[in-house]
Ligand binder design. Sequence first.
Ligand code: SAM
Ligand code: SF4
Length: 332
Amino acid sequence: MRLSLTDKCNLRCTYCMPAEGLEWLSKQAVMTGDEIVRLVRIGVNALGVRELRLTGGEPLVRADLVDIIAGIRADHPDLPISMTTNGVGLDKKAAALKAAGLTRINVSLDSLHEETFTKLTRRPFLDRVLAGVDAAWAAGLGPVKLNAVLMRGINDAESPDLLAWALDRGYELRFIEQMPLDADHGWTRRNMITAAEIRELLSRDFVLGPDPRERDGAPAERFEVRRRDTATGVASGPVLGTVGIIASVTEPFCSDCRRTRITAEGKIMSCLFSREEFDLLGLLREGATDAELAERWQDAMWVKPKAHGMDHTGLGAADFVQPDRSMSAIGG
Ligand code: SAM
Ligand code: SF4
């Protein structure tokens, strides 16, 4: 289950949000902490949710984040609870998040160069993000995973260096193919960096081999990473760690997808690319019982699409219609 805590964010990544002018949801429209805790309880107890990821927008901008996590943890002592964050301010909150019951964390990090980071996120906060990553590790929120989106001509050439940096520190880096979920509608199939290109870019310095572990419905295909010997061109030395590639566009994994998503205003989306949403929060606020809410939720998931359609027609993808919401407003 992926649950968005807010549509607000303190960065403006070019592949997600517009530079300015995205209207926030009103405070009343967004789920309260108690409503979130109740929906998670229904998901786990009635519908078999086995893992929760908190996302947004930027979850760290919610003042009651620690209380929400503590509330969920009190109900579900063994539920894995992870969070995807841009890491800004994480250095100050990592220990409290861990104490409240957060299991692990994913931090988005597209570049280690101040200028490139600022160009991509439209905010000069690289140092704050790096401090957040270190703090998450120190607080025991590992294994720390890093998410990177590659943009042509901006940070694609940096990908092997980003991987070397992550491997050195024991972080698991995952590259996510850019998806057509940007508020600016600037995505093109022709310009996005594909998984095949990512593997090629990384092969400059590394040799990728299959990871023997079961993929088990995970969005990322994992590879074991070894150094490429510059003289011979073949793998040398031990396995240094793993890298993941999330190829939602060119190598989609829809048939294995078991995700259910709740937006910050309590709407169920059975797929990131759904154009249909089911209002769970409205029903909750009308006084519905847990059983009624579970039934609505189940109904929404029965119509989970078989596939998102982006890959159907190759470069044109003519039958794919971009959702109206940006990634930040859905909850990535
Ligand atoms: N603000 C948090 C963050 O950036 O980690 C959580 C929400 S963000 C929407 C979740 C993830 O979605 C991030 O790793 C981000 O890089 C990714 N993302 C956002 N827009 C995307 C797009 N158009 N294509 C692929 N990934 C995207
Ligand atoms: Fe904010 Fe995350 Fe979207 Fe970047 S990807 S604008 S950090 S919500």
